[in-house]
Ligand binder design. Structure first.
Ligand code: ADP
Length: 603
């Protein structure tokens, strides 16, 4: 409590008021008391003078005697007042304190003059005779018309002062005791008053430091009690409100985490920009797509980081027009095609814009591929058809009868129709694989058997070109999950290509071996030739439909341009990997990797 400033403030103010009030009261009482004492003295002087007037009337009618002086002295001893008899000429006839004969004329004394004139007179002054301050009262003796003189009684004023002083001492003592008691009482009262306030202050401080649920125990039935009750209610309400807020903020944080996770895992790039053109949010996909820095992006002006005019246009259109907008642009230097959709953020006066970015490069490429595919198909079909038509017309126009050419022309027609047939078969197969309508019977297939079947089928072709076709088998009859027919198609195409694109006298080697990658056992089949090889820039494209490195040579060799595309699709269906290593004029290696089911040895 002693450390409480409020306590000392109240206490010092109360103490000052108490002491000032006590001083004023003492001063008023002392003043009033001296007045009362003077009144009492005056009354006493008056009474004495009245008594003496009757008693002493005779003394004014005869000359002064020593007996009179003695009588006056006796009366002074009895009454305590000095008595002076003065005749109407001002001569002193007798005095109880001094020798009357030595005293001068008293007719000019104020109290004497007043008494002679009005009957009574008062005065207070310093007496030269007695050398002290005296209070006088005079009363006329005789009638107004025929005054004999005045009887004057007096008392020394010091006695009044002494009485007043002693009375003041009592008052001072009483006032001091009262003040002390009052200060002790004030001290206790202020203390009692401040205790609940102190309790509430401490509880409020605890609340401010985070301990919200605070209760104070104030039992008084006054404003302080009411304050305590209100404080408790406020504490309970704010604690439960705070808990609600915490719960809500937890939910908000969870929601925002979820939203961030959803947005973060989106393939589409998402950027939120506020009306001041500052980035509010950007997800990983957008960072990657636009090559933005990973950190310190939020809060920055987007133009510092994204210098794409179309994005700027999109932001401005959405912010000013408050409508959804979309546009497409190409990124530099990646040349990726991006579709951007801008939507205003919810809220009044366009608080921002949400941009969703789609990398549609694959879509555009697919579209191009489709267009290319149709033009390729029509071209591939047109060439043999045109040839068949031309040979047929030539035959009909007379060549049929020409024994030197007719067989050759019919043979050509057959050759082109076979090519057309191969083409249509390949197209149907690729279309079935792509559309998923070609239902494969995927089961465990003996890989070596499939390779051997293909080798046997293509051996005559190799022989005709004097190509050494060998199979280096480093496996022990492994089983893979595939469709037997499909598996054969893969190897037929790869070995057929190897023979086709290897000049006479070359070598085509098929090799199978086991390897372990990431603790998974795999069986690898390599088809290596010593042929033309494929230039590096075309290596990724040879698996596209109708793509040929050398179109004329491929056609001449009876190729459709679909073989490797079928191999790629079938490998994907069987979960196999497909790789190509090739060096121009040195040869190529096509590598197919199947997950191993088991080998005979294992089984
Ligand atoms: P094609 O029916 O023309 O052989 P493919 O899809 O099988 O069609 O092959 C596509 C192209 O890849 C071929 O035209 C050829 O240029 C090239 N190619 C495929 N295999 C080989 C190989 N072993 N050596 C060199 N070039 C090859």
């Amino acid at each position: 409590m002693f450390s409480s400033r409020l306590f000392w403030k109240i206490y010092s103010v109360t103490t000052a008021i108490t002491l000032i009030s006590a001083g004023i009261v003492i001063w008023i009482l002392a003043f009033r008391q001296s007045e009362i004492i003077l009144n009492m003295i005056d009354e006493r002087l008056q009474n004495s003078a009245t008594l003496l007037t009757e008693q002493m009337e005779i003394a004014f009618r005869q000359p002064p005697t020593p007996e009179l002086q003695e009588q006056l002295r006796t009366l002074q001893e009895e009454t305590g007042t000095r008595i002076t008899l003065i005749d109407n000429s001002g001569r002193v006839l007798g005095d109880s304190a001094e020798d009357y004969q030595t005293m001068d004329l008293h007719n000019n004394r104020q109290e004497v003059r007043e008494a002679m004139h009005d009957g009574t007179g008062f005065a207070q002054r310093y007496s030269n005779t007695l050398n002290r301050n005296l209070r006088y009262f005079s009363k006329r003796v005789g009638s107004e018309e025929n005054p004999l003189g005045v009887v004057r009684v007096s008392l020394p004023v010091e006695r009044v002062d002494t009485q007043v002083t002693s009375y003041q001492q009592v008052i001072w003592l009483t006032a001091t005791i009262c003040s002390l008691l009052s200060l002790i009482f004030t001290y206790i009262m202020v203390g009692r008053l401040l205790k609940p306030l102190q309790e509430i202050t401490e509880a409020a401080e605890a609340m401010a430091s985070g301990k919200l649920r605070q209760e104070v125990d104030i039992n008084s039935r006054d404003e302080l009690g009411l304050l305590g009750e209100t404080f408790n209610t406020m504490s309970r309400t704010s604690a439960s409100r705070f808990e609600e807020l915490q719960q809500k903020s937890r939910e908000l944080a969870e929601n925002s985490d979820r939203l961030a996770a959803v947005l973060g895992s989106m393939i589409e790039g998402v950027i939120a920009i506020d009306s001041d053109h500052r980035i509010i949010f950007v997800n990983r996909a957008a960072q990657k797509l636009l090559s933005l820095p990973v950190s310190d992006v939020t809060g920055r002006i987007y133009l510092e980081l994204i210098r794409i005019p179309q994005v700027h246009e999109l932001v401005n259109t959405v912010l000013t027009g408050y409508c959804q907008t979309s546009l497409e642009f190409k990124l530099n230097p990646s040349q990726a095609t991006v579709a951007a959709f801008g939507t205003p953020l919810p809220g009044e006066n366009a608080p921002g814009v949400l941009i969703v970015l789609h990398d549609i490069s694959d879509l555009r490429q697919l579209e191009n591929m489709r267009t290319e595919f149709f033009s390729n198909v029509s071209h591939e079909l047109k060439t043999p058809l045109a040839a068949i038509q031309a040979y047929s017309e030539t035959l009909l126009e007379g060549a049929l009868e020409d024994p030197d050419h007719n067989r050759k022309f019919v043979h050509n027609i057959l050759q082109h129709s076979e090519r057309l047939h191969d083409l249509i078969l390949d197209m149907m197969q690729i279309s079935r694989i792509e559309s998923g309508t070609d239902l494969f019977e995927i089961h465990e297939v003996h890989l070596e058997h499939a390779i051997n079947v293909c080798m046997a089928a293509l051996a005559p072709q190799a022989e005709s070109k004097r190509i050494e076709l060998t199979y280096e088998c480093q496996t022990d009859n492994p089983l893979v999950l595939a469709d037997a027919e499909g598996l054969r198609t893969i190897f037929e195409n790869l070995i057929d290509n190897a023979i086709k694109y290897t000049p006479e006298g070359g070598q085509v080697t098929v090799r199978s071996y086991l390897q372990t990658s990431d603790e998974i056992e795999e069986v690898v089949i390599e088809v290596t030739d010593t042929g033309l090889g494929i230039p590096r820039e075309y290596q990724s494209r040879v698996f596209e439909r109708f793509y040929r490195v050398d179109k004329a040579r491929s056609r001449e060799l009876g190729g459709t341009g679909l073989g490797l595309s079928i191999v790629k699709h079938l490998s994907q269906v069987f979960g196999a990997g497909l790789e190509l290593e090739s060096e121009l004029h040195r040869g190529s290696t096509f590598r197919v990797t199947f997950p191993l089911v088991f080998t005979d040895q294992k089984a």
